[in-house]
Design a protein around this ligand. Sequence first.
Ligand code: TNX
Length: 616
Amino acid sequence: MRIIFLIALLVISAQTFAQHDPYIGIIPAPVSVKKARGEFRLTAETIIITDSPGHKAVRFFSDYLKKAGFSNGVTDVNSLNKSQKGMKNSITLSVNFKADLPPEGYQLLIFDDNIILNGKGAGLFYGIQTLIQLIQVKNNNLATIPCAEIKDYPRFGYRGMHLDVSRHFFNVDFVKKYLDVMASYKLNTFHWHLTDDQGWRIEIKKYPKLTDIGSKRAQTKINRAGIDTFLYDNTPYEGYYTQDQIKEVVNYANSLFITIVPEIELPGHSMAAVAAYPELSCDPNKTYKVAETWGEFKDVYCPSEETFKMLDDILFEVMLLFPGKYIHIGGDECNKFAWKNSDFCKQLIADKGLVNEEGLQSYFIRKIEQYVNAQGHSIIGWDEILEGGLAPNATVMSWRGEAGGIKAAQANHDVIMTPGSGGLYFDHTQYKSPLEPLSIGGNAPLSKTYSYDPVPSELTKEEQKHIIGVQANLWTEYIPTAAKAEYMLLPRMLALAEVAWTPKGNKDFSNFSEERIPQHLAKLDAKGYNYRVPVAIGASDTVLTGSKFTIELSPSVEGATIYYTLDGYNPRETDLAYTVPLKILVPENKTVELKTIVITPSGKRSIVADMKLQNK
Ligand code: TNX
């Protein structure tokens, strides 16, 4: 009896939850949601009608239904007779409709007897993603969808997530899983950081040593930055993608309306390539090795004709594999030491009338841009490509704050904002605590990522149009496993999605983090993702003063339990579970420590949050 009562209570609270949430659980929050009474009931009898049976979004939806246990096929609208048209208990997915929608936009109308989804291209796909988020599967005969009218389209056309596969390698299955989660949150660009000092990870047929030698390093530095004595793991490391695997990933991304931007780093971050082909460097007689530590290295590509020939050949193969508009050519952190010590470079600077080594960097990028443009593609570079003068058609990725992006937009160049200072470096920690795993440094809590606005106010309306989008980066120096990559990615990627998609005026961090995130984390858990379990809502590492406290908490993941202690020990499953607000009395001149932990049904744990309640 008590259990039934408890379940009823839970159901009621889940419903009131949804009623309070203006976005009915959807992430990223849509442009407009009109909630209505009632629900659509998806059953085995529901017919799914479309005017575009071959559409990738339609296929995605029918695959989803199959996996959820529904065997309803999709019916071509042209095969229906008159009496079947406008049928009750139907879901219509349509690309031919009257409504006026911006690019990638959709309209989703959920009534109690039918559902209509209108959208073209990616728009239909994003409508499907929203619909799937709303579906509550009860069993394989029934799912319910709350009635609502949704109109939606993105704030930015470029919504990116980056992955560094050089510092640590992530296999094809992982990359697909990464793309899956990106697509379900309406991110549309995957920036694949394929080469760096510590490993070359893409097969280039013309230069096999790039992977034979360049994809392998002897060992890896394992201790954190800022300690003088380097500690190594003494373990060889390797990995790369064959061109067939690359094609497989490109096709997979395409089915999810994701474009891949491959990055081939130049002229710096090129130790792996230089180790394979020393003739690419300014001192070919030296021996080089694939880097085993992190940071900037002195040996970079030499701006010789031989180097350009080879880079053009490499980029040629890359452009055959990646059909998207953009090729990312890096450009960041190019140490000028080797160039400054090279007679060849000194002569080249004089011959070309360049000012200095920065001019040489600009010369380098311009030559590469010319080649890439001639093949019908455009380049993106990190903001250092501004130094010495921007290549004429380049798009700038602003990572060292926003200054580079602002300057580029003012010079009429397109910009993608990805500043580390804006909470977009997911290799930074998510909470300042020694209990968080090792990171490269920096702190980027969910709230910081969420509150980032990619459009700087110092730009004019016209200049603001050059901010084509936003991206977060996952550099992997200290991320050697898939589980840790997911931990660092989630839930921050959901905040990024809202930054990239949702109109600024619809953003609301407490609604996002307290109402929607807990539901999504439970869903991600069910899909097999790892993620950082946030500390309980209402808990934090903090000191509060007073004598009488009422502490209200709620789980950061739906269905999880909060355990707590008041004895100073770290809480675990054997401790008291939080059920009702805690009334705590603190004697004069004493401190009571309330320690909490969130543990999910699948066993994932938050770090321990420590609240000191002080009566002084
Ligand atoms: C800077 S962001 C880099 C990367 C590092 C990263 C670590 C950028 C263009 N360059 O090479 O991995 O910092 O946060």
